[in-house]
Design a protein around this ligand. Structure first.
Ligand SMILES: Cc1ncc(COP(=O)(O)O)c(C=O)c1O
Length: 438
């Protein structure tokens, strides 16, 4: 019997996260002050979770996952299965290429974001904070944090990019069911938001603007703390649980990926699946390539410059060394809006700069990505998020290219989220649901 699902036993759940920083040749460029205004590094100390900031600059390769967080991971369905995509392979006529996918879509709120949300909510509660404040793009991060906060009996305030807030009503309801207060960003809750609204009452917003508003809002009360859903080192550390599980699962089936593909906005799901494998590549224990699938709407790794830039539009964060399109770049909204961020995580950027990661940008009309997701649905049966559809498209293109050259290859795809709340995006991009009753 062919077994498509490769589970991992509960007692195999990793007990430590992996931090690649000590293994980066040449280390990671340190954050910098912009040279005017208040110290951004000191401000972060006031605005963010102490334990997360400690992890941000940790030089420990392995970081203990607190027992209560491991319990929460299990409650949230970890370890998550790895799948061999036998049916998609057959549909594509692959004979040389093996496809696998890791199931981060099987989380309570539908994405990988839960992996860091649970850790951040746990640390925030331990440090006596009562209100978690954050930004969200596609809505997945805001939902994940609202869920984690509700389990820890904290409340959440979410600044949600207005262009998406306006059309993802179901996800807004879900956040509110978890008890969150959700504001369309730019909002009237902050001076930065008010200034942008005065310039344009219909401002579509962006992740960078939502981060700026959230950071400003935190300053209003010592009960509040800022939680970031991507980009920063501690977020990628928490997400390493994905790749650490996958390494054990490949051992169970005596196989090993030659190529790992994930979609990339800020870099958290891609980092989560890739970095534990990449650490072994850097140590000379494994050979594997890494491909980040982006959108032409925000091709930060491809068209961005590698330089110091702010993580938010208003310039509240320290300067980070990243591939960036510029913190004030205007990027048109897309349906897979989780991919629309101006810069890639410093860790991912350093690895791209050193030649360890490739990137591809898919057309901004999203047709090719969503068509790949439909093929995935028809063959594997699972409805995936628009962001994850970019990874599936890029992996299918790679698989076809290898097959055409009769090249043996094993490809691992990270499925970062489910698409149950993205149905109207599929309807609009693929022109579905228009048939009339007879
Ligand atoms: C399902 C899903 N995948 C991917 C992303 C992109 O973010 P990151 O690059 O941090 O994984 C998002 C962001 O919202 C998302 O919701």
């Amino acid at each position: 019997m062919k077994q498509a699902q490769i589970p991992l036993a509960l007692d195999e759940l990793p007990s430590k996260w992996y931090n690649i920083i000590p293994d980066l040749p040449g280390g990671l460029p340190a954050p910098k002050e912009p040279g005017e205004g208040e110290s951004r590094i000191q401000a972060l100390g006031r605005r963010m979770i102490g334990e997360c900031l400690k992890q941000e600059s940790s030089d420990s390769r392995w970081i203990d996952i607190p027992e209560p967080v491991r319990e929460l991971y299990i409650q949230a369905g970890r370890p998550r299965p790895l799948y061999r995509a036998y049916r998609l392979e057959q549909k594509l006529g692959l004979t040389k290429v093996r496809l696998y996918y890791k199931r981060e879509d099987l989380s309570p709120t539908g994405s990988h974001k839960v992996n860091t949300a649970l850790a951040q909510a746990y640390y925030a509660a331990k440090e006596g904070k009562r209100v978690l404040v954050t930004e969200t793009g596609a809505g997945q991060w805001g939902t994940a944090l609202s869920y984690a906060a509700s389990l820890m009996e904290l409340s959440t305030v979410v600044f949600w990019v207005r262009a998406v807030y306006d059309w993802k009503m179901e996800r807004r309801v879900l956040m509110e069911m978890y008890g969150a207060k959700v504001h369309a960003s730019p909002s009237d809750q902050t001076s930065f938001g008010k200034q942008l609204l005065a310039e344009n009452a219909h401002h579509p917003g962006s992740l960078g603007i939502a981060v700026s508003e959230g950071l400003e809002y935190v300053d209003g009360s010592p009960d509040r703390v800022y939680c970031l859903g991507s980009v920063l080192n501690h977020v990628l550390i928490h997400q390493s649980i994905i790749g650490l599980e996958a390494i054990k699962q490949f051992e169970l089936v005596d196989d090993s990926p030659d190529l790992i593909v994930g979609c990339l906005g800020g870099g958290s799901n891609f980092g989560g699946i890739a970095l534990p494998f990449l650490g072994e590549v850097l140590a000379g224990r494994r050979r594997c390539d890494f491909l980040a699938a982006q959108s032409e709407a925000a091709p930060n790794l491809i068209k961005g410059e590698y330089r110091y830039d702010f993580g938010d539009t208003a310039g509240h964060t320290p300067l980070l060394m990243m591939y960036t399109l510029g913190h004030e770049a205007v990027m048109q909204p897309i349906k897979s809006d989780g991919l629309r961020y101006h810069a890639a995580a410093p860790i991912i950027s350093a690895l791209k700069h050193a030649g360890h990661i490739r990137a591809v940008a898919l057309p901004r009309d999203e047709v090719s990505a969503f068509t790949a997701a439909k093929l995935f649905l028809e063959s594997e049966g699972w409805l995936i998020a628009g962001e994850s559809a970019h990874a599936v498209r890029a992996a299918i293109d790679e698989a076809k290219a290898s097959e055409a050259k009769s090249e043996e290859k094993c490809i691992l795809i990270n499925i970062s989220g489910h698409g149950f709340l993205d149905i109207d995006a599929y309807r609009d991009i693929l022109h579905l649901g228009t048939s009339k009753s007879q």
